[in-house]
Design a protein around this ligand. Structure first.
Ligand code: UT7
Length: 328
């Protein structure tokens, strides 16, 4: 291996959404056929969500991830053969094994890169990005593909109005390269497994059948309170570690679960809402994909620019959370 460089830097981003857009009205009309009552007004007022993208039944996470990865590689001008590490965050893998990262690797035609999945639910992307940064800084990799991808619609109970209206499908990816100038400035990952029960999909396939509950279950209010508390603490921790202040951060890109969470968080941190990238209205909650989807969108529409400081934050099942401060 050639001389290791001391930092890692994001050199490209990409994302992919399945083509089918489902508005709140369309979802409410569909649920009404099963005698389940919801409305655009309830969903928009309580969550800020107006629509979500849903994969057709049978479309797998690897398909969305592969397209997002191709776009990130093209954006970076990096050939798939140059990648020596693929980390994919998902809680809706195609299979128990092989990992979805290996399936994406095969789709891209890459051979030889280390490839594995990270399971940290809605914190998955910040966990994966931090892991890739550690590999690069340790000289164990030079060019990493970091992906967050989900077909969350596959684990939703479409008869549970308290959860099924909240989520969507999608994928986002970044290319992270060894660099002699700092890109990832600081990162903090945390978890509290004693809170596993407030957000879980506790079923599994064993002994030839599904055992346990195969659908996502959530204590929404408990998750809401935890999310605001830990994201606030984590944001403060990571900027302190980097020796900067919250006022220096150009863009806050938290996990997109609920517009009310984003509003509370911004207020607690004293960050103006104009500096928060918001996609929950159009993407809904795409779990591990939400942060890289939002980052890619904000780069493409010209908000996030080279040289700016961006604070990426995840929070979700486990209970897990984390923050990564990035100089773009
Ligand atoms: O990515 C992981 C992170 N996830 C999150 O961060 C989610 C965090 N939690 C939340 O976003 C919110 O707690 C929810 C959006 C899930 C729920 O909002 P809420 O303001 O906490 O509502 P609630 O659960 O207290 O429910 C209020 C009412 C209930 O009716 P009653 O008991 O007051 O008669 C629910 O049955 O709203 C009812 N309700 C609905 N009504 C219409 C729940 N879901 C729906 C629905 N449509 N889809």
């Amino acid at each position: 291996m050639s001389k290791s460089l001391p930092y890692s830097r994001i050199v490209g981003t990409g994302s992919f959404l399945p083509p089918r857009v489902v508005t709140n009205d369309a979802l409410a009309a569909d649920m009404a056929t099963r005698q389940i009552e919801t409305s655009d007004q309830w969903i928009a007022d309580r969550t800020g969500i107006r629509q979500r993208y849903l994969a057709e039944p049978g479309v797998k996470t690897s398909a969305l991830a592969t397209e997002a990865a191709r776009r990130a590689l093209a954006d970076a001008g990096v050939d798939a053969s140059e990648v020596d590490l693929i980390i994919l965050a998902t809680s809706t893998p195609d299979f128990i094994f092989p990992s979805t990262a290996c399936l994406v690797q095969a789709n891209l035609g890459n051979k030889g890169a280390a490839a594995f999945d990270v399971m940290a639910v809605c914190s998955g992307f910040v966990y994966a990005l931090t892991t890739a940064d550690c590999f690069i800084r340790a000289g164990r990799a030079r060019c990493a593909l970091v992906i967050g991808a989900e077909v969350f619609s596959s684990i939703l109970d479409w008869n549970d109005r308290g959860t099924c209206v909240l989520f969507g499908d999608g994928a986002g990816a970044v290319v992270l390269r060894a660099s002699d100038t700092p890109g990832i400035l600081a990162a903090q990952l945390q978890a509290d497994g004693s809170l596993a029960g407030i957000l879980s999909t506790a079923g599994t396939v064993a002994y030839g059948q599904v055992t346990g509950d195969p659908f996502l279950r959530m204590d929404g209010q408990a998750v809401f309170k935890q999310a605001v508390t830990v994201l606030d603490r984590s944001a403060r921790g990571v900027v302190a570690e980097a020796g900067v202040s919250l006022a220096d951060v150009d863009w806050l890109i938290p996990h997109q679960a609920n517009l009310r969470i984003l509003t509370f968080l911004a207020r607690k941190l004293g960050v103006p809402l104009e500096k928060v990238v918001i996609t929950v209205d159009i993407h809904a909650n795409t779990s591990a994909a939400s942060v890289p989807l939002a980052l890619d969108l904000a780069r493409r529409d010209g908000r996030v620019k080279s040289g700016q400081l961006v604070l990426l934050q995840g929070v979700g099942g486990g209970f897990t959370w984390g923050s990564v401060l990035v100089k773009m």
